[in-house]
Write a protein that binds this ligand. Structure first.
Ligand SMILES: Nc1ncnc2c1ncn2[C@@H]1O[C@H](COP(=O)(O)OP(=O)(O)OP(=O)(O)O)[C@@H](O)[C@H]1O
Ligand SMILES: [Mg+2]
Length: 263
């Protein structure tokens, strides 16, 4: 089935421990978009992802992937999920980078067979896309945070997923590797025609990379072009936060600066 709306969410409400976490959330993600999902701690971002993926149950509303509420296995294979803890691989799991990426090619039909030529070609391509050729024989535990994050993304690329959903992939990644990882995701979107939905706390980084941003705090407070993302003041108004201190006028601010400079 060909549809441009890969994900349609309508009126989704979810409670956890009897507390409403998501309240009537509706959104659509179209093929080729790079969407940044941001919001405060506990705002419901992970809950949203787990619910659309069918891991948590909703109280009301519905979710469609590729135009259907009951996705077949072939539709589910188009989804690549990189969870918040995907790159925290326990130390006792001995895997090379290549072996980790190979896992992405396994499904219930080929699990007990040797990797065939098609699977090996997909693994080679994913490793190349993630620029991990030089470290593919190394243990995943010897990689930097950024390399390990690219390796878990390469695993979903090897599965040939086209809609990639990531929860906080920038956590534990230093600034240079963060830029590299964001460029990699940008290339996946523009050169490899992947659709990306990415949760991050780093609003500045995600604004520079994504096309569209969604601010989620129980409800959607902003959904629009990344370039038009609200200022801190506008965001506070959208979130219903009151100003605690009187604002300082520009004249008074200049006076304070001058006063400090003269001391
Ligand atoms: N396992 C759980 N059981 C009960 N309530 C939970 C559970 N996990 C999260 N919650 C609650 O659900 C709400 C939303 O949490 P969620 O993890 O979805 O937020 P988040 O936006 O992903 O936050 P963060 O930015 O910290 O990752 C919070 O109030 C949280 O306390
Ligand atoms: Mg979370």
């Amino acid at each position: 089935m060909h549809t441009d709306s890969l994900l349609v969410v309508e009126n989704l409400s979810v409670s956890r421990s009897k507390k409403v976490v998501l309240d009537k959330v509706s959104l659509t993600i179209k093929r080729g978009e790079f969407v940044g999902l941001v919001g405060p701690n506990g705002g419901g971002k992970t809950t949203f992802l787990l619910t659309i993926l069918g891991i948590l149950k909703s109280n009301q509303g519905h979710v469609e992937f590729y135009g259907t509420r009951t996705p077949s296995n072939s539709i589910l294979r188009k989804l690549g999920w990189v969870s918040q803890h995907a790159s925290n691989i326990p130390k006792n799991v001995k895997l090379t980078v290549r072996e980790l990426v190979q896992l992405g090619t396994l499904n219930s039909g080929n699990m007990f067979w040797r990797y065939n030529a098609d699977q090996n070609a997909r693994v080679d391509r994913a490793i190349r896309q993630a620029d991990l050729q030089d470290v593919q024989s190394r243990s995943i535990h010897t990689l930097s945070g950024g390399q390990r994050q690219r390796a878990v993304i390469a695993r979903v690329l090897a599965s040939e997923a086209e809609f990639i959903i990531l929860d906080e992939p920038l956590v534990g990644v230093d600034r240079n590797s963060r830029n590299y990882l964001l460029k990699f995701l940008d290339r996946l979107c523009h050169e490899s025609q992947k659709t990306i939905l990415m949760v991050s706390h780093d609003i500045a980084a995600i604004q520079r990379t994504s096309h569209r941003m969604i601010y989620l705090e129980e409800r959607i407070r902003y959904d629009g072009a990344s370039d038009c993302f609200p200022s801190l003041d506008e965001l506070a108004n959208l979130r219903g936060l009151e100003r605690i201190h009187e604002s300082v006028g520009i004249g008074e601010k200049l006076y304070q600066l001058k006063d400090t400079a003269e001391k």
